[in-house]
Design a protein around this ligand. Structure first.
Ligand code: GAP
Length: 458
């Protein structure tokens, strides 16, 4: 099926209707750039994060987990450069309405790529192009707008802090703690999943650009001479991860950031882009070689050594490779990829073709009729066994079986199990203690013995 901006709208509407994602603070008119995850969204998010942790941390010997505080000493952000121009976006105002826009976005719409431009160059372009606001009014001069949310710590509010704009710095400031406590052999990585906050000027496109989001980040520490070979290995791991999310090859591409657009500390960066319906290819995850920039900055600013000591006594500040993933963008890509419409029994049906390891519910169980106690009792028995085994099992006895299938299809439940009179041995004795298992993608049904269900579903 061809996917376009209609598909995106349908995905967003399904997300709200079926309890994946709601607008933040909705009953008070919302808060721009924030979204709340409902029961199924939490389940899908948790599955993505669990699979990521399994693949990148538990599945390897060279990776160590971390969960650093969101609030950090303000000196962290001075040392990392986030308080300076490096973490600012160019902001312009509509002089009539006071509405604020990202100057680089307005320029892009006018056909100018402002990536890497200085503020002066941006202002020059605005002047030359006689750029107006979307309402046709004049624009103010562009100025730098820092994306960090500032906050005060302590009863007196005497200590300034920020909500972290990336999880990465929590890893760098704990580099020495992890080395001292775990004695890792280089190369090794430290991984973290957690919230990050950015006061985006123009939050937009559902979960794509928001003000509060989750990141899954790795800082992988290498010797300088190892960076190219380790970069290639991690690049391949990222490719595998995107396959594991069920994203098809044609919807993923690697964008090699040109040298003149690289951050000043990066020697190589690849953006992994996803082909979001109606939007086209845009960033899903980033992968950067950050040299020894971060550890050196923290070493200079804090006075704490960030050197790694080899068994032979030689010392050096490691170089860093950084795969950085946004959970919200992964969830959006997974939902867009899974969203499918086909025809079944002469009707259009919508279903999410989610991989089994990501579906909010692994399986749904229901009695054929909910007013027959003997069917309900047997179905409850099966439900209990599967719930103990898989955890994410749905009980569904609303409406008729056809409606239940449609409902489960729409939220991506891979299998539906129905307990009927045959299960009770009332129709044909040879079918006693067997159930109907219906496949989400094909709609086909099979008879499976209750005793074999767990293995069958696996
Ligand atoms: N530590 C490196 C870093 O934070 P980044 O490219 O700014 O790099 C990494 O962010 C990932 O975090 C992005 O690829 C994206 O998936 C996600 N991300 C960044 N800003 C976001 C935002 N405002 N809303 C949603 N996701 C965002």
């Amino acid at each position: 099926m061809e996917k376009n901006s209609d598909t995106m709208e349908k995905v967003v509407s399904l997300c709200k209707r079926r309890g994946f994602v709601f607008q933040g603070s909705e009953i008070y008119g919302g808060l721009k750039g924030t979204w709340d995850f409902g029961p199924l969204g939490v389940a899908l998010n948790n599955n993505i994060k669990r699979e990521w942790w399994k693949m990148f941390v538990d599945g390897r010997e060279d990776m160590y987990g971390l969960d650093a505080a969101i609030l950090m000493n303000e000196k962290v952000w001075e040392a990392s450069g986030h308080t300076g121009a490096g973490f600012c976006d160019p902001l312009v105002e509509d002089v009539e309405t006071g509405e604020r826009f990202r100057a680089d976005h307005l320029l892009k719409e006018a056909g100018v790529d402002a990536d890497g431009m200085t503020l002066e160059q941006i202002n020059q372009e605005i002047k030359e192009k006689e750029l107006k606001s979307p309402k046709g009014n004049s624009l103010s001069e562009a100025r730098q707008f820092n994306l960090m949310f500032e906050t005060q710590v302590g009863a007196q509010g005497d200590m300034k802090s920020y909500l972290r704009p990336e999880t990465a710095q929590g890893i760098f400031v704990n580099f020495k703690n992890v080395v001292d406590s775990m004695a890792p052999k280089i190369p090794f990585g430290i991984a973290q999943i957690g919230k990050a906050f950015r006061n985006e000027i123009a939050p937009r496109e559902f979960l794509f650009r928001v003000r509060e989001f989750e990141q899954m980040e790795i800082e992988y520490f290498v010797k300088e001479e190892q960076w190219e070979s380790e970069f290639e290995k991690l690049r391949q791991d990222i490719v595998k991860w995107h396959k594991h999310l069920g994203l098809s090859d044609e919807n993923i591409r690697e964008y090699e950031v040109p040298e003149n657009d690289l951050a000043h500390y990066s020697k190589r960066t690849i953006d992994f882009e996803y082909n979001y319906p109606g939007k086209g290819f845009d960033e899903l995850a980033g992968f950067a070689y950050r040299t020894d920039h971060d550890l050196k900055n923290h070493m200079d600013a804090s006075g704490t050594t960030m050197e790694y000591i080899e068994p032979d006594g030689s010392r050096f500040v490691p170089h860093v490779l950084e795969p950085s993933f946004g959970v919200g963008r992964a969830l959006t890509a997974v939902l867009c990829e899974a969203y499918t419409e086909d025809e079944m029994n002469g009707e259009v049906r919508t279903y999410l073709k989610l991989p089994k390891h990501l579906a909010p519910f692994r399986v749904a169980v229901s009695p054929l009729l909910k007013n027959k106690p003997e069917l309900v009792e047997k179905a409850r028995e099966v439900f209990k066994v599967l719930k103990t085994e898989f955890g994410n099992v749905a009980w569904d006895d609303n409406g008729n079986v056809g409606k239940r299938y449609r409902r489960q299809d729409e939220i991506g439940t891979p299998s539906c199990i129905v307990i009927d009179f045959e299960t009770l041995g009332q129709e044909a004795p040879e079918l006693a203690d067997t159930v109907t298992v219906r496949n989400r993608d094909t709609g086909e049904q099979e008879r499976v013995a209750i005793a074999d269900l767990i293995n069958y579903l696996r």
